[in-house]
Design a protein. Structure first.
Length: 431
C-alpha cells in the first residue's frame, strides 16, 4: 500500500495516545467538570496514565520520560514549558498522519477519471469498520461479503465481486471476522488495484484485477416491521390460528412472518451465502405448505427451493446441490435481505430550525433527536456551544437508545476536529 500502511496506522494511534488540556484555563475547566460530578480527577488521571505508561515510554522522546515515570505527564502540575513542548510534539505527529490522508485523497482525485466507476464506488462507500463475513474464491474471481451495519456504508450487507484477478498480495490470508479500515485505489497498464488495510488481525491486502462490482443489500422491510414477532396484532392472531390447524409443527416465527408478508407489499428477497445471493421469487402461504418426505418447501427460488426440515427445524436450499442455510428459521431471517432501500423515517433527513434544536435534543423523541443531530452535523462549527451543552446529556442518558445516538454522533463530530481538548477529555470520561 502506498498510503494506509500498518506503520502509518500505528503512528496515528500513537499520535492520539495522550491528550491533555493546553492551557491553565482549560485545566481548570477540566478539573471543575469532575468536581461537578463529585469524582476524583486525579485518581482518573493516575489510572489513565497507568494504562498507557508503557506505550508512552516507547513513543515519546526521552526528554519526557522523567515526567511519565513520576506521574506528572498528564497532570496540571506538569511544568508549563514541558507541557508546551509536549503539545507541539503531539500536534506535529498528528499533522504528519493527517498529511498522509491528504496525499491519499490527492492521489485518488488525480487518477479518478482513469478508474472504473464500480471501483470508485467501493473506494467511496464508507466501508470503515465493515466486518468480513464470507470470502469465496473461484479461479480468477473473488467474492467478499461484508456486514455493513457498523460502518458508514448505506448497505446492511455489501457484496464486492472482483474478477480477472492478475495478482493478490496479503501478509495474512483474509478470514471472516476481519474489519475493513482504510482503502486506496491505483492502476497500472494491465489492471486496476484495490488495497485495503484490515484489522483483527492487522494486515495489508492488495488485489490487481480487471473488473470490480459492489452490491448493497438491506434488511427487508418485513423483517424490520415484524422483528418482534410476539406483538399482539391481527397478523399474529390470524397466523396462530392457522398454524394450529396444520398437522405438523412450524417454527414459532414462520407463521407470523409469512402472514404479514402476504398482507403487505411484495418485496424481492435474497438470502446471502458465501457463494451467491439466492434469489427468492416468493414465500409460500400457509395454505400452500405440503410435507414432502421429511421437508416442507417454504419458498420458491429462481433456481431451486428453500425447505424446512421438519425434525431438525433447519433450513436448506435445494438447487443444483443441497446446501444448509441456517440452523433455525430465526437464523434464516438474519440472512434475509432486499436490494430495495426503505427509508423507514424519511423525516429524519429534514433539518430542524435552529431555534428548535436544543429543545429537540433534550426531548425523549428519538426521531426528533436524530433530526436535530443530522441538522447540526451539516454545519457543526456553527453549533459548538450547543454540542458542548447537549452531547454529554445524551451520553449519560438513562435511555440506552439515546445513549447510542449520542455515541454515534460523538464519533462523527470528533472527526471534524472543532472541539477543545478539555471538552473531548470530558466526553471520554463520560463514555
Amino acid at each position: 500500500m502506498k498510503f494506509f500502511t500498518k506503520e502509518w496506522y500505528d503512528k496515528m494511534q500513537k499520535a492520539h495516545l495522550l491528550t491533555i488540556p493546553e492551557s491553565d484555563e482549560e485545566w481548570m475547566d477540566f478539573i471543575k467538570s469532575f468536581e461537578e460530578d463529585d469524582e476524583d480527577v486525579y485518581d482518573y488521571l493516575r489510572q489513565d496514565l497507568e494504562s498507557i505508561k508503557d506505550e508512552l515510554l516507547q513513543t515519546l522522546p526521552e526528554t519526557f520520560h522523567p515526567y511519565i515515570l513520576n506521574g506528572t505527564i498528564n497532570q496540571p502540575t506538569l511544568p508549563k514549558e514541558v507541557r508546551d513542548e509536549l503539545i507541539i510534539w503531539l500536534k506535529a505527529k498528528i499533522e504528519e498522519c493527517e498529511k498522509v490522508l491528504d496525499e491519499a485523497n490527492n492521489h485518488f482525485e488525480h487518477i479518478r477519471e482513469n478508474l472504473p466507476e464500480e471501483l470508485i464506488s467501493i473506494l467511496e462507500d464508507g466501508l470503515h469498520d465493515a466486518e468480513l463475513q464470507y470470502i469465496h474464491r473461484d479461479y480468477d474471481a473473488l467474492r467478499l461479503t461484508l456486514n455493513g451495519e457498523g460502518s458508514f456504508s448505506k448497505g446492511d450487507a455489501i457484496v464486492i465481486e472482483i474478477t480477472g484477478i492478475k495478482e493478490e498480495q496479503s501478509e495474512i490470508p483474509l478470514t471472516p471476522g476481519m474489519f475493513w479500515l482504510y482503502e486506496e485505489g491505483d492502476l497500472n497498464n494491465k489492471s486496476f488495484i484495490l488495497s485495503v488495510l484490515f484489522d483483527n488481525p492487522m494486515t495489508e491486502w492488495k488485489v490487481a484485477a480487471k473488473q470490480f462490482s459492489i452490491t448493497h443489500f438491506y434488511k427487508t422491510q418485513i423483517f424490520h416491521h415484524d422483528q418482534e414477532f410476539e406483538k399482539e396484532n391481527h397478523s399474529r392472531h390470524k397466523a396462530k390460528k392457522e398454524r394450529h390447524s396444520l398437522p405438523y409443527k412450524l417454527p414459532d416465527q414462520y407463521a407470523s412472518f409469512v402472514t404479514a408478508l402476504h398482507e403487505g407489499e411484495a418485496e424481492k428477497m435474497y438470502f446471502l451465502t458465501e457463494k451467491e445471493a439466492i434469489e427468492i421469487d416468493r414465500f409460500l402461504s400457509l395454505e400452500e405448505l405440503k410435507l414432502e418426505g421429511s421437508v416442507i418447501p417454504i419458498a420458491v427460488c429462481t433456481n431451486g427451493n428453500i425447505v424446512l426440515h421438519l425434525e431438525t427445524q433447519k433450513i436448506f436450499y435445494l438447487g443444483a446441490n443441497t446446501e444448509e442455510l441456517a440452523e433455525s428459521f430465526e437464523k434464516f431471517l438474519e440472512g434475509l435481505y432486499s436490494k430495495q432501500f426503505v427509508d423507514e423515517m424519511p423525516l429524519l433527513s429534514e433539518p430542524l430550525p435552529t431555534e428548535e434544536l436544543e429543545s429537540a435534543l433534550f426531548s425523549e423523541d428519538l426521531e426528533l433527536i436524530i433530526r436535530a443531530w443530522n441538522t447540526i452535523v451539516q454545519e457543526p462549527e456553527k453549533h459548538i456551544p450547543l454540542i458542548e451543552k447537549t452531547l454529554p446529556y445524551s451520553l449519560q442518558h438513562e435511555n440506552e437508545e439515546i445513549q447510542l445516538i449520542g455515541e454515534v454522533y460523538m464519533d462523527h463530530i470528533l472527526s471534524f476536529n472543532i472541539l477543545s481538548e478539555q471538552f473531548i477529555n470530558k466526553l471520554r470520561k463520560s463514555t
